[in-house]
Design a protein. Structure first.
Length: 190
C-alpha cells in the first residue's frame, strides 16, 4: 500500500469539493479545477478531509494509481488556494525578453524574434535580470504562474525548449537554480 495514498488531504476553509462519480471539482479563491480519476480508487469527503481508498487485495496497477490520485488531489487543493509558480532565467549577452499583454517576445540570438503565447489558465511575468555570482549575465527572469501544477510545468518546459542552455557557453533559457555543467571546448595544438 502507498504511504502517500493513505494520508488524508485537509480541505482549507473557503474551498468547496464536489465529487460526482469519478470526477472531482475543487473550487477555491483562485479558481476552479475539475478532473476525472480512475474508477478503481475511491475518493470520499469526510468532514474537512479528502480520503482515498482501494480494496485491500488490489493488483499492482491499482496500487500504483493510489498514491498518484492522492497527489493529484492535493495539488488541486494547493492550486486553488495558493497557486503554483515556476521561474526561468534567460542567460546571454544581448538577449532581450519583452512582455506584450499575455504574449512574451524573446530576442535570443535567432534571426527572428520568438513570440510565445501561453494558455489562458497561465500568466507570464517578465522581470529584469541581474549579474549572477558565477559571472553569467541574466538578461531577464520569466515567472510562470497558474493554478494547475501540470499546466505551469508544461508552459515552463515549452519556454525552456525555445533555447535550452548551451553546455559550452552557458547561454540560453534555464530554470531558476538549474545547474548547467559547462563542458571544456576544443584545445588548439601548439
Amino acid at each position: 500500500m502507498s504511504r502517500i495514498g493513505k494520508k488524508p488531504i485537509t480541505i482549507p476553509t473557503g474551498v468547496e469539493v464536489t465529487i460526482t462519480g469519478h470526477s472531482v471539482a475543487i473550487k477555491g479563491p483562485k479558481g476552479t479545477l475539475r478532473r476525472e480519476f480512475p474508477a478503481e480508487v475511491k475518493i470520499a469527503k469526510e468532514k474537512d478531509h479528502l480520503v482515498c481508498s482501494i480494496p485491500p487485495e488490489s493488483d499492482k496497477a491499482v496500487r500504483a494509481k493510489f498514491g498518484l490520485v492522492r497527489s493529484l488531489l492535493n495539488n488541486m487543493v494547493i492550486g486553488v488556494t495558493k497557486g503554483f509558480t515556476r521561474e526561468l532565467e534567460v542567460v546571454g549577452l544581448g538577449y532581450k525578453v519583452k512582455a506584450e499583454g499575455p504574449k512574451v517576445t524573446f530576442n535570443i540570438g535567432y534571426s527572428h524574434p520568438v513570440v510565445f503565447e501561453p494558455p489562458k489558465e497561465v500568466s507570464l511575468k517578465v522581470e529584469p535580470g541581474a549579474k549572477q555570482p558565477g559571472g553569467l549575465d541574466v538578461a531577464a527572469r520569466v515567472i510562470v504562474t497558474g493554478i494547475d501544477k501540470q499546466m505551469v510545468g508544461q508552459v515552463a518546459a515549452d519556454i525552456r525548449a525555445i533555447k535550452p542552455p548551451c553546455h559550452y557557453k552557458g547561454t540560453g533559457i534555464r530554470y531558476a537554480g538549474e545547474q548547467v555543467r559547462i563542458k571544456e571546448g576544443k584545445k588548439l595544438a601548439a
